[in-house]
Write a protein that binds this ligand. Structure first.
Ligand code: SAM
Length: 187
């Protein structure tokens, strides 16, 4: 399979998440990333996952049960901008964002620039040193460019002494493929 945004994100997450870690899926959707994270942190690790749609919670819960991995996990029906209401620890090793809308559902219920940036800001606060944030950001089509531009503008402002930010863009591919952003908390 050719490299794409999903493979980039998975490789980055796999390199940085280990057994026993506490991690967050900030956009649960159909639960693919939640399941992937749970497989990496194992039975002693903990996964918090957020979505604003009940349908996402149900899909994800079913996926975890099918895989016998529905333990040490909290599926939260609320926006990721409220992450600090639920998570009081600051030892988080990874936060995963896969922006946009729930596949096979209403495309109008999607992440929004203002709340996405608030959620990234709050995530940075609770990451441990060498913790990471993985961001898959869509553009073009239904999504437009507003969220991608806002997120890029925001991550550009992060202090380079504290955070490393790497942006991957499939530069010669047509139809505006999603981009991937890696953030590493350095100090
Ligand atoms: C592209 S999907 C995520 C895909 C998912 N990670 C998976 O593995 O299937 C984006 C999800 O973000 C959710 N979402 C939109 N706004 C949100 C918010 N403020 N907080 C949390 N989730 C949100 C949508 O409901 C949708 O399910």
């Amino acid at each position: 399979m050719k490299i794409n945004t999903t493979t980039l994100a998975k490789d980055f997450i796999k390199e940085n998440v280990k057994n026993g870690d506490v991690v967050i899926d900030a956009t649960m959707g159909r639960g693919n990333d939640t399941l992937f994270l749970k497989q990496l942190v194992g039975k002693d690790g903990f996964v918090y996952a957020f979505d604003i749609q009940e349908e996402a919670i149900q899909s994800t819960k079913n996926k975890l049960i099918e895989n016998n991995l529905y333990n040490n996990i909290s599926l939260i029906l609320d926006g990721h901008q409220n992450i600090d209401k639920y998570i009081k620890e600051n030892n988080i090793s990874c936060v995963v964002f896969n922006f946009g809308y729930l596949p096979k559902a209403n495309h109008n219920i999607a992440t929004k620039p203002h709340t996405s940036i608030l959620a990234i800001e709050k995530s940075l606060q609770i990451l441990k040193i060498k913790g990471i944030i993985s961001l898959c950001v869509y553009q073009g089509g239904d999504t437009g460019f507003e969220e991608k531009d806002a997120i890029l503008n925001f991550v550009k402002t992060l202090d380079y002494n504290k955070y490393t930010v790497i942006v991957s863009d499939f530069f010669n591919r047509p139809n505006y493929p999603p981009i991937h952003i890696k953030i590493i908390k350095e100090s």
